[in-house]
Ligand binder design. Sequence first.
Ligand code: DLL
Length: 433
Amino acid sequence: MENYYQPEIECASREQIRAWQDERLVKTVHHVYENVPYYRNLMDKQGVAPEDIRSVDDLHKLPFLTKEDLREAYPYGLLAVPLSDAVRIQSTSGTTGRRVVAFYTQHDLDLWEDCCARAIMAAGGTKEDVVHVCYGYGLFTGGPGLNGGSHKVGCLTLPMSSGNTERQIQFMCDLGSTILCCTPSYAAYLAENICERGLQDQIKLKAGIFGAEAWSEEMRQDIQNKLNIKAYDIYGLTEISGPGVSFECSAQTGMHVNEDHFIAEIIDPVTGQVLPDGEKGELVFTSITKEAFPLLRYRTRDICVLTREKCSCGRTHVKMSKPMGRSDDMLIVKGVNVFPSQIETVLLNKGYPANYQIIVSRENNSDQLDVQVEMTSEMFSDSLGQIGSRERELVDAMKAMLGIYAKVHLVAPKSITRSEGKAVRVIDKRKLY
Ligand code: DLL
């Protein structure tokens, strides 16, 4: 079994990484220009020819690609190989408009699984581990990606998929799962259940690889404490292959982007200007090793910061911060920018579980922000008389954090519908788009 910690790649010198990127970028630009009419049109419109792109320094000359382009080109318009060479699709969970479909050749799948294998090894995984994958399988990339990575590392892989919490916990105990892969909200839910049933001593988990949605440091601490594990973040998006575009190492201070496969840029989401390392802006990816679905300068809408500071793990690949929000799903309530993660931070700081729902509505042309928050069972049983004062305390804390007034409703434990995949945190009834 190969060792998927690849120090010759993951700890390569910056010059070496740059040389790989230069060469692979040029190749990819020619590949899409020659094989994807949609791209050819975009580049022609921008007045840029493949010969104009000679290194990463020329990247800014290329047009951006957005989700709207992917929708417009749906289903086959951005496929860069003959259909007979594509072996798989994956798709986003989008519920409105056309879905986004990504294609893979066998080679693309192989490289994607390598990226996930690196993430598992960075979380301490070896072939001795039992990897419990309860990300969804099927069109969602979470299950297939981590499953493939786990096989590559040589771990015993439990393809649990999502749901059936009873069975998840039973297998976890009986088969001795050591690494848990799922969304952080499902990890928190599993942790809650395991603690309630007093099963902490029967689980052998040592690490968790959690991603696909935003989660705060407070939530990390909560999961780590309840399950007695180290919790690692993992990032990715369907368009750019799925999980494993970047992943956390033992330092837990940001996620290393697999720079031999993806070039990361940060741009100003309004002007499109490239920003220097350390500045906050929208993350843009260019895939440089893909055959079937290479995307150039794809706007993720995730707001992040990149840093090239030396990492204690020895990896030299650039690190991205946890996404701090999205340039497109940021809520604007009463003219104020509100990130759901800010509300989550308030709740966790005050000792509430991360089970909440934000409802935004508009009455008489005035926005209203309602936050439903689940109490822990202890709070519920010993504070029925104090609900009013608890709610007022949260209203004040949210006012201090957000700068606007939010109505808070404390609700009974487990009354907010649980998600087996990504939690539904925001219900925006205003229909602004
Ligand atoms: O969520 C891929 C994935 C699966 C990543 C499993 C990690 C683990 P999509 O469904 O296409 O793909 O959603 C991509 O989810 O643009 C981010 O906004 C968000 N996202 C993904 N990972 C993280 C993370 C998968 N670690 C979108 N933290 C991205 C915060 C994340 N947000």
